[in-house]
Write a protein that binds this ligand. Structure first.
Ligand SMILES: NC(=O)c1ccc[n+]([C@@H]2O[C@H](COP(=O)([O-])OP(=O)(O)OC[C@H]3O[C@@H](n4cnc5c(N)ncnc54)[C@H](O)[C@@H]3O)[C@@H](O)[C@H]2O)c1
Length: 330
């Protein structure tokens, strides 16, 4: 059993928190919002019950440095999952705050964990993203992008993700903090997503499950980026956190599961719910999506800590529609 702190309990944290409790860990959940106001409240309640959530909850604004470092000193967690962040679309609207929340607070978490001078280095997990990649000048990004490819992100969010990866590698090498990270694809579950450019897919699932026959999305039909179903994302983040340090050949890994286009997702939904018309109206997020890999090459994660996804587009679509309460016609 480990003492675990999850900071930022949104789309991922609302499923990760209950999964860690289920595994027998002592878990504290921290967010700037009260639990009832977070996007994942329904998911959290399902996993832990309302009282189970509230008794583990700690109100924390990570930009309040004394409060952040104070909580870390009080808990001295064995494993910290720092998930509080501004995502790509929100970050593009407020780039300074994006840097402050995504990078400065990661550096503060690292220096506080480092100051413990612990005999066993405390673990810190900070997810990165496909947004850490971007095309080299005058080139297209490789359709299947490997772990080690020059990182030239075009969004402030992507820049903060590269900075976080580098701070983490430095912390692992020099600061006695056992950092691990993952470059996640767009993630799907029943929790409303938190302002990413991959949200068009979540919007399609929510609309189809609600029985709507039409939806408008902000991308082109041929937009193709990697996606992952949340049970696989939770499995991956726990596996990388728990992997023996001796097996790690790097500190941040690509993880992949599926790479459907927006039109493929619409077709998978249409095959189940019947008429489902999608109006494609690209906005500023299209340029962000176009700068991301079409697919990720994840053989290092597979070799180093036995990563293997369970869900593909078809199985995810069946399960997610059911989880969202869609009633299949008899
Ligand atoms: N969801 C995805 O598709 C996806 C894909 C790739 C990477 N990631 C990464 O995973 C991590 C978690 O993402 P998510 O989708 O769960 O995000 P989310 O937006 O759903 O949740 C983030 C949570 O952090 C909280 N938060 C924001 N600012 C805070 C602050 N100042 N103090 C304390 N809490 C604050 C929010 O209230 C929210 O509950 C992020 O680092 C994100 O970049 C997510």
């Amino acid at each position: 059993m480990a003492r675990v702190l999850v900071i930022g309990v949104g789309q991922i944290g609302s499923e990760l928190g209950p999964a860690l409790v289920e595994q027998g860990h002592e878990v504290v959940l921290a967010d700037r919002l009260p639990p009832e106001e977070t996007a994942g409240w329904d998911v959290l309640q399902k996993g832990l019950g309302a009282d189970g959530v509230r008794k583990r909850w700690h109100r924390l604004d990570v930009s309040d440095t004394p409060a952040l470092t104070g909580l870390l000193r009080e808990l001295r967690p064995d494993v910290t999952y720092h998930l509080a962040a501004l995502l790509s679309a929100t970050g593009e609207k407020n780039p300074d705050l994006c840097w402050r929340i995504n990078v400065d607070t990661t550096r503060e978490v690292i220096s506080t964990l480092s100051s413990f001078n612990a005999a066993v280095a405390p673990r810190l997990v900070v997810p990165s993203s496909i947004a850490a990649f971007g095309p080299l000048p005058g080139e297209e990004i490789p359709a299947v992008t490997p772990d080690l490819y020059p990182m030239m992100p075009t969004s402030m969010y992507g820049i903060t993700k590269v900075a976080g990866e580098l701070l983490g590698a430095y912390a692992a090498a020099k600061q006695n903090v056992d950092f691990r990270g993952l470059r996640f694809p767009g993630l799907l579950n029943t929790a409303p997503p938190g302002g990413g450019s991959s949200d068009f897919a979540n919007m399609m699932y929510f609309a189809a499950a609600a029985g709507k026959h039409e939806v408008e999305v902000f991308c082109r039909p041929d937009t193709r980026i990697p996606f992952m179903y949340m049970p696989d994302a939770v499995k991956a983040i726990i596996e990388v956190a728990m992997a023996p340090a001796a097996r790690l050949s790097r500190r941040t890994y690509n993880v992949a599961a599926m790479s459907p286009s927006a039109a493929d997702i619409a077709a998978a939904l249409r095959a189940r719910v019947g008429r489902f018309d999608v109006r494609y109206v690209p906005d500023f997020r299209q340029a962000i999506l176009d700068s991301w890999p079409r697919a990720l090459e994840d053989s290092p994660a597979r070799a180093d800590w036995d990563w293997k996804p369970t869900w593909d587009l078809e199985s995810m679509t069946d399960d997610l529609l059911a989880q969202l309460g869609w009633n299949k016609p008899a």
